[in-house]
Design a protein around this ligand. Structure first.
Ligand code: CDP
Length: 796
């Protein structure tokens, strides 16, 4: 009899395979953009605006030009002569590359200097004299819509105010009717503050234009190299086949490295003008103050409820602050991204959402910081609202959720906003979480502690989210459909290379894509190398963000492996001298159905593809697959947090965090756990400390790590992870759903709900994030809600 390969031993699906990329990372052998040095390379630095809103009266760069070592000073006026002073955004707006008429946010790019080294370039930036005429500043949607507010985008024809769009979705009349039948109406209003992904590596690029070959090569920190190639071709009017974008190792992206930034454009133009490589590496303050940020939405809404706890309908309103340019890097046709995925986990008959987007004097918004666009805000509002509604009804938090969940037997389930959920076992996940945290015992302890003046709280967040943008019917970026791709070459010795249109930034694709091939073909994972990020070699793809890699590129890897297997089957039949119908497959080997001991390995088939193919067969064992997913994948998560709040100081400590994630089939459980832990750390950070705010003059507070607090391992609590619930995705070839962002999306509400639960009975309904000790203390002491971003006092 035959002996099938042990899939776990060869590193296939489900193996806790150590990350192969870590061999170079932990030895300091990563190859990041800033590690690359090209012969004759020059360095670029950017002069940024100190003011948030001002007319530019003049720019005098004459002193900068005279500094020895300076090769070029770029200003908006020069860019304009090449039609490059403005560029299109991914949301059909325009964004200034270098300011010409006005500056519209603090940190906006005003000029660039290219010099022999970065220090000369920086000094020369200081020598550029810009005469600004300050203008009134707008830092939130209320100011943006006030009577007589200055029009920020007066560069745009027909823009008479600061409103970008009004958008609505759902059934307004049906929702009104549901509210007419409600026993109880529960209300909530909150602000999800602006936050910044803050990857360790900032943005950067090295543009290298070769006049002799007319070829432009750009090494850069982008999560979507093919999209950048298309954008460069269209904006700079260069031939696409003469552009090569290379994303080397990326030191974290989290959505921050999806957009096109002025620094990229200027380094490319400078290289073309100077015919030398030009490197731009952004510094940390530049990154925090001026690259695109996330969130900054004001949400309010209400829920129509029957007295027994059944949800009858939901209404939501959203005011989104987009900053100075509407440049959301989001792949949907919906103006506010996927905000209307809110409440998807619950069986709600009807819902309605309205949203208005406005400009402000802040850096452009709109990166999907570890989330499918606006899903984080959606799930935060949802889970805060669920807690408020349960409290208003006097029902238990867990029971209220369980009663309203979409039931296992109701999949596929259509939400009132039109999404189609694929699969899930929501009640089971909740039950696992409640058991793990000891819910009933904790409630008793909480009662006892209350009597002694101690404030304990428990917060639940249960959510499903749409991952894997997207299907080409509904998702695109500037009209380019959201499919993805994989290219697989099996060499004659049975070793293989797989390339995809995704781009890892720490998620471990080099490890997990090999595991998918291994699962499909039985080639040991260590015999497969994965390569991404070079547009000259990788098949066209839409890049990595929104946890789309596994749902889309990962599916393409499985599909291309199946194409290879189909050809290998024909080779096997030829080698075994039987018809194809008589050939059976087991992992890594074809055999004759009637004589299982007669078989050939996938490696023998690979050799035959180059040395002994049947007559008429095209040689080689290579193929490419493009995958257009039929739907998004919908993982489910249940996060439960317990806390103790010190009423004397407002400090809160996390006692326990339980995470039950159902992301379908796990390719590599260890990597999945890493993704969840990272996401929970970011969730804790957002709930506890992480925000970027602005004073009345539009000065950014949070442009350094003294003000913008990232939790270290010292502050971060421990997490208890559970993997016992697995609901395969019915439409994904290997049943996997995305996981990358789940914990960052669903986690914040669990932490905030826990603190609010500790404060229950105090009259406090909401404290907006971050729940800094002084805000919690103020809420407890005065029994009042704390709303909006933390104020910045003049003496701060
Ligand atoms: O798009 P991104 O890579 O950020 O997110 P993802 O597709 O959710 O995948 C994150 C990492 O987790 C990748 O290395 C995946 O292959 C891995 N993963 C997994 O092992 N099993 C899953 N069901 C989902 C993701």
């Amino acid at each position: 009899m035959t002996q099938a390969l042990d899939e776990i031993k060869i590193g296939g699906l489900g193996a806790r395979r150590k990350r192969v990329e870590d061999h170079r990372f932990i030895r300091g052998k990563g190859n990041y953009t800033d590690d690359i040095t090209l012969p004759g390379m020059l360095h670029m630095e950017i002069l940024r605006s100190p003011l948030a809103h001002a007319r530019i009266k003049s720019i005098d760069a004459s002193r900068a030009w005279q500094i020895p070592g300076v090769h070029l000073v770029l200003t908006g006026e020069m860019m304009a002569t090449r039609n490059l002073a403005w560029m299109p955004t991914l949301s059909y707006d325009t964004q200034a590359v270098l300011a010409t008429d006005k500056v519209r946010f603090q940190g906006q790019e005003v000029a660039c200097v290219i010099a022999d080294d970065p220090y000369i370039a920086k000094d020369a930036c200081e020598a550029i004299d810009v005469d600004y005429e300050p203008l009134p500043v707008i830092v939130n949607p209320t100011q943006a819509q006030a009577e007589g507010a200055p029009v920020i985008r007066d560069d745009k024809e027909n823009q008479a105010d600061n409103v970008i769009y009004d958008w609505e979705v759902g059934d307004a009349a049906g929702t009104d009717r549901a509210f007419g039948q409600a026993d109880v109406i529960s209300r909530l209003q909150l602000h999800y503050p602006r936050s910044h992904p803050s990857p360790i590596e900032c943005c950067g690029s090295i543009a290298d234009f070769n006049r002799a070959t007319e070829k432009l090569t750009v090494y850069m920190t982008t999560q979507a190299p093919h999209i950048i190639r298309a954008a460069v071709a269209l904006v700079a009017e260069l031939p696409e086949h003469m552009i090569r974008i290379i994303s080397p190792d990326i030191g974290g992206g989290f959505g921050n490295k999806v957009p096109v930034y002025p620094g990229y454009v200027c380094s490319i133009l400078a290289s073309i003008l100077l015919e030398r490589p030009v490197k731009w590496i952004e510094d940390k303050s530049g990154n925090l103050i001026s690259t695109h940020y996330a969130r900054d939405v004001y949400l309010d809404g209400e829920m129509a409820l029957r007295r027994d706890g059944k949800i009858l309908g939901v209404r939501m309103r959203c005011a989104a602050d987009h900053g100075a340019f509407f440049s959301d890097a989001q792949p949907s046709k919906f103006k506010i991204g996927l905000l209307h995925s809110a409440f998807a986990a619950y069986d709600i008959p009807v819902a309605h959402l309205t949203t208005r987007g406005t400009y402000s004097n802040k850096a452009p918004g709109g990166v999907a910081y570890r989330c499918s666009f606006r899903v984080t805000e959606a799930m935060f509002f949802q889970e805060r609202m669920m807690q408020a509604a349960a409290d208003d009804l006097g029902l238990d938090q867990a029971a209220f959720r369980r009663m309203n969940f979409v039931r296992d037997e109701d999949f596929p389930h259509r939400t009132p906003f039109g999404f189609l959920l694929d699969s899930g076992q929501y009640r089971k996940c909740l039950d696992v979480g409640l058991r793990a945290v000891g819910y009933d015992d904790f409630r008793q302890q909480q009662e006892e502690a209350r009597k002694r003046g101690r404030l304990l709280g428990i917060g639940i967040s249960t959510m499903t989210e749409p991952l894997g943008a997207g299907n080409s019917r509904e998702y695109d970026i500037l009209g380019i459909k959201m499919f993805d791709s994989a290219d697989l070459k099996v060499h004659m010795t049975g070793k293989a290379i797989v390339r995809t249109g995704a781009k890892t930034q720490g998620q471990g694709h080099e490890t997990t894509w090999a595991q998918i091939v291994s699962h499909e073909l039985g080639i040991p994972a260590e015999d497969i190398v994965v390569e991404e990020g070079d547009t000259d070699t990788a098949p066209f793809g839409m890049g990595t963000y929104a946890s789309r890699s596994t749902p889309v590129a990962g599916a393409a890897v499985a599909m291309v492996s199946r194409k290879i297997r189909a050809k290998a089957r024909r080779l096997a039949a030829h080698l075994l001298e039987v018809s194809e119908e008589d050939v059976e497959w087991e992992l890594g080997r074809f055999y004759v159905r009637s004589a299982p001991e007669r078989g050939v390995t996938i490696q023998e088939c690979a050799m035959a593809a180059y040395s002994n193919m049947p007559d008429g067969m095209e040689p080689g064992l290579e193929n490419t697959a493009y995958y257009d997913p039929p739907n998004l994948t919908w993982p489910f998560a249940c996060y439960i947090v317990t806390v103790e709040v010190d009423p004397a100081t407002g400090v809160w400590d996390v006692l326990n965090t339980v995470a039950v994630d159902d992301c379908g089939v796990r390719i590599n459980p260890m990597i999945v756990e890493g993704q969840i832990m990272g996401g929970l750390t970011e969730a804790y950070a957002m709930a506890n400390m992480q925000f970027i705010t602005f004073d009345a003059e539009g000065n950014c507070v949070g442009a350094n790590y003294m003000d913008y607090l990232l939790p270290t391992s010292w502050e971060t609590p421990g997490f208890e992870l559970h993997s016992e619930v697995v609901t395969p995705c019915p439409h994904h070839p290997i049943g996997a759903k995305g996981i990358g962002e789940c914990a960052a999306v669903g986690g914040p509400a669990a932490f905030v709900n826990a603190v609010m639960d500790a404060l229950s009975g105090s009259g406090v309904r909401n404290i907006d994030m971050p729940l800094l000790p002084d805000r919690v203390w103020e809420a407890i002491t005065y029994g009042r809600d704390i709303s909006g971003a933390p104020p910045v006092r003049s003496d701060d």
